[in-house]
Design a protein around this ligand. Structure first.
Ligand code: ADP
Ligand code: MG
Length: 449
């Protein structure tokens, strides 16, 4: 029997099989199965791996043989041969082992950059294309075009990735001709404190002022830190006057950073300010595909689509979900769409469980620059009323606590007070877009930091 003929027969087998098994089952187990030859009543079929072989032999043998007989009445038996082709490898639905590539990226001591963050593995979508273009502009003419470049956006949306990619690309492009230093604002602040203790401010200044490109991540961290703000202000001026490139990131636009000097704010706004927003479905899917390949998970597009559909908030969570699903699936013998959805539910629940009400209190307190206790105590300062209402709102929204419990936590306030606060914030969110963004930001911080 000719090859072509056999292929056609096999198509017929699959189509008959569709009447007996669900589509996902067929897609999962027969996607990369092909007929090899038919001889002496034995149909040899090629399967991509051992897992599929076992599965077909143990679970589907009878039904498969029966279906084959409908098309090839002379068939008596089936033989399964494992054959991994290079094309197949890419489309294998699942792997039997969970394996994460063991590439270890080392942070360079001279630049403090991590080489894993590159432009090449940064997926560009409508949510970040402007930021990406600006980042490339900076690489092409450091210190000349967009200075400073200020990128802001919620947690886990790729700010650090993009900032570090700028640094890595500049090193690649200019080599020793450009001195780059990346630092988180937290590192900057801690180093400054140590410097002041040990009285070696010159060394510190050398480190941050004698560079061609300074990249400072998460500058919202400067809020309320006067010494660091002052030092950064002078660092900025020195660099800027010498036409050195400066890149900042923050979780909010300069205007919304609280407790920060006006003169520093205006420096932040003096160049190009661009935001990164949460990715849309297509971008999420594209990111998953890249990560799926980077990590050699070989999950099917179908699974990736389910993940992209369900995990919408940010990319860190998206990556976490991908890892979780890959791990869970590697331990299963069988799965379908429902199972993947179940795994994702479990993932989201695990994530949620970690949020204690203490974390919510701490995040809100930090955000508005109060102490945790101040929000809880029956303090009647005017400035604290609003943050406290926000806290109540979030304890309810994210903490899922009852009004009574929230009342207990907040120093035995009665539950009508709590309800009033909740409703007030709820109303305001609908009326004031800036305030809505502020609450979204807080939610993001609580859920992802
Ligand atoms: P942020 O600094 O905004 O909190 P990160 O840069 O740390 O976010 O990003 C979180 C994770 O998501 C990182 O592992 C990063 O590599 C990945 N990531 C973010 N954006 C993208 C993107 N556009 N393409 C590929 N990976 C991304
Ligand atoms: Mg970051």
């Amino acid at each position: 029997m000719g090859d072509l003929n056999l292929k056609e027969k096999w198509e017929q087998v699959l189509s008959n099989l569709e009447k007996k098994l669900s589509k996902p089952t067929i897609k999962t187990w027969f996607n990369n199965v092909e007929p090899d030859m038919f001889f002496n009543g034995v149909l040899k079929i090629k399967v991509p791996n051992k897992l599929v072989k076992n599965w077909l032999e143990n679970k589907f043998h009878i039904i498969l043989l029966k279906t084959i007989k409908e098309v090839l009445p002379e068939a008596k038996n089936i033989e399964y041969i494992i054959q991994e082709s290079s094309i197949r490898k890419k489309t294998i639905i699942r792997r039997t082992t969970f394996q994460q590539k063991l590439t270890i990226f080392e942070v360079s001591p001279s630049t403090n950059l991590n080489p894993k963050y590159r432009f090449e593995n940064f997926v560009v979508g409508s949510n970040n294309e402007l930021a990406f273009a600006a980042a490339q502009g900076v690489v092409n003419s450091p210190g000349e075009k967009f200075n400073p470049l200020f990128i802001y956006g919620g947690v886990g949306l790729g700010k650090t990735h993009l900032l570090q990619a700028i640094g890595n690309e500049i090193i690649r492009k200019y080599g020793i001709n450009k001195k780059v230093r990346y630092s988180t604002t937290e590192q900057f602040t801690n180093e400054l404190i140590n410097t002041l203790k040990n009285q070696n401010i010159d060394e510190f200044r050398q480190k941050f002022r004698e560079v061609d490109v300074l990249i400072l991540d998460d500058v919202h961290f400067l809020s309320g830190k006067n010494k660091s703000q002052e030092e950064l202000f002078h660092t900025f001026n020195e660099l800027y006057n010498n036409k050195k490139q400066i890149v900042f990131s923050s979780d909010r636009p300069p205007k919304m950073i609280q407790d920060i000097e006006e003169r520093l704010k205006s420096r932040f706004e003096g160049g190009l300010v661009i935001d990164i927003t949460p990715p849309d479905f297509e971008t999420r899917l594209a990111i998953l595909k890249v990560k799926n390949q980077e990590k050699s998970y070989y999950l099917s597009d179908e699974i990736l689509e389910i993940i992209a559909e369900k995990i919408t908030k940010n990319i860190r969570e998206l990556e976490g979900a991908l890892n979780f699903v890959a791990f869970k699936i590697s331990r299963l013998n069988n799965y379908n769409k429902e199972k993947v959805e179940e795994i994702l539910k479990e993932y989201l629940k695990e994530n949620l469980k970690k949020i204690s009400y203490k974390k919510i209190i701490k995040t809100v307190a930090d955000f508005y620059n109060f102490k945790d206790e101040d929000l809880i105590k029956k303090l009647r300062k005017k400035e604290i009323i609003k943050p406290r209402q926000v806290l109540i709102y979030l304890l309810r929204e994210i903490g899922k606590l009852s009004y009574t419990t929230i009342g207990e936590i907040l120093n035995k306030r009665d539950h009508t007070t709590i309800l009033y606060s909740y409703e007030k914030i709820e109303k305001e969110i609908k009326e004031d877009f800036n305030f809505y963004q502020e609450i979204e930001l807080l939610k993001n911080k609580i859920l992802n930091d």
